[in-house]
Design a protein around this ligand. Structure first.
Ligand code: NAD
Ligand code: LMR
Length: 325
């Protein structure tokens, strides 16, 4: 049996966590031979609800789950953690954009960045899901100067999966027959879901679906999917978000598939002309736990324009939280 690893989940009594924790504890993230300790963070007002989640986790008698720690102290939650799922944050309601959450959520990521800086493993892998995810990740990273910026990522895997699913449905194929879709930029309505490099059963996706569907249907559907779910469900996506969080962390910990990539928002190194330091979503591959941006993709004028629009929004969000950076 391997040595147990420590996994922190924030917002552990929330709706995403309720879908996430039971899959995590069942081994969906690190596989069937990796034991772990779960460190669950909640605000004091939600500790009772978290007690109920803990009872349910215990009642599953998961063989890999060594221990569950529940706390409202970030330094206890992040003590020596190898993986941190930062989910705890307010979700948006109907009619809001994700950036409208900056004011109420930004402070959370400043506090948690500092705590991670003090007590987490120096190789911690942090996934920010709480919205606006890219800028919250930037805040956490900026408040953790002793951790490498590469320790911080934000989630665009849900957008990536949405893009695959839309394309698969349009082409009448299974999702596993789709490769190389890419999400560029912000997890917001300005994101650019790109099909210029995508393949459907090895064939060029754009030539199959046509430019009009790509521009008039596909892009707005993926960009607006979160809002469409809120409208239909009255609450933001939860199970699909939890699924994407597991997919993101699994790809990071265990690598991406040969011949394909995933999308992750990571601190930009200036690739594709994006300002260094912004947490921008790129197509990436992962090997040995190291994330690498996919280089050398042709970017035409249409794509350039969309990549710049979403970069501009990220700069605006960053400028709105300068006091926390
Ligand atoms: P929720 O309201 O059901 O749960 C959030 C939980 O976080 C609550 O239990 C709350 O008490 C807790 N919390 C608040 N502040 C905290 C803090 N400082 N420390 C620890 N816990 C704290 O919300 P949800 O539906 O689970 O969504 C959580 C976040 O994820 C929202 O911001 C939502 O917009 C975002 N989200 C992101 C994506 C994505 O693709 N990046 C997808 C879906 C949802
Ligand atoms: C999503 O994309 O479903 C989440 O970011 C929730 C939201 O506010 O849209």
């Amino acid at each position: 049996m391997k040595i147990p690893v420590d996994i922190a989940v924030t917002g552990a009594a929330g709706q995403i966590s309720y879908s996430l924790l039971f899959r995590l504890a069942g081994g969906a993230f690190l596989g069937p031979d990796q034991p772990f300790v779960l460190r669950l963070l909640e605000v004091p007002a939600a500790m009772d609800a978290l007690k109920g989640v803990l009872m349910e986790l215990n009642d599953c008698a998961y063989p890999l789950l060594q221990k569950v720690i529940t706390t409202s102290d970030p330094k206890v939650a992040f003590d020596n953690v190898d993986y941190a799922f930062l989910i705890g944050a307010k979700p948006r309601g109907p009619g809001m954009e994700r950036r409208d959450l900056l004011e109420c959520n930004a402070e959370i990521f400043s506090v948690q960045g500092k705590a991670l800086n003090e007590v987490a493993s120096r190789n911690v892998k942090v996934l920010v899901t709480g919205n606006p995810a890219n800028t919250n990740a930037l805040i956490a990273m900026s408040n953790a100067p002793d951790l490498r910026p590469e320790c911080f990522t934000a989630m665009t895997m849900l957008d990536h999966n949405r893009a695959i699913s839309q394309l698969a449905e349009k082409c009448g194929v299974r999702s596993r027959e789709i490769k190389n879709v890419a999400i560029w930029g912000n997890h917001s309505a300005t994101q650019y879901p790109d099909l210029h490099h995508a393949k459907v059963k090895g064939q060029d996706a754009l030539s199959l679906v046509g430019e009009d569907w790509f521009v008039d249907d596909f892009i707005p559907t993926v960009q607006q999917r979160g809002a469409a779910i809120i409208k239909a469900r009255g609450q933001s996506s939860a199970a699909s978000a939890a699924n994407a969080a597991i997919g993101h962390m699994k790809a990071w910990a265990r690598g991406t598939e040969e011949g394909d990539w995933v999308s992750m928002a990571i601190p930009s190194d200036g690739s594709y002309g994006i300002e260094e330091g912004l947490v921008y979503s790129y197509p990436v591959t992962v090997n040995g736990g190291e994330i690498s941006i996919v280089h050398g993709l042709d970017i035409n004028a249409f794509s350039r324009k969309r990549m710049d629009i979403t970069e501009t929004e990220l700069k605006e969000e960053r400028d709105a939280v300068r006091h926390l950076l």
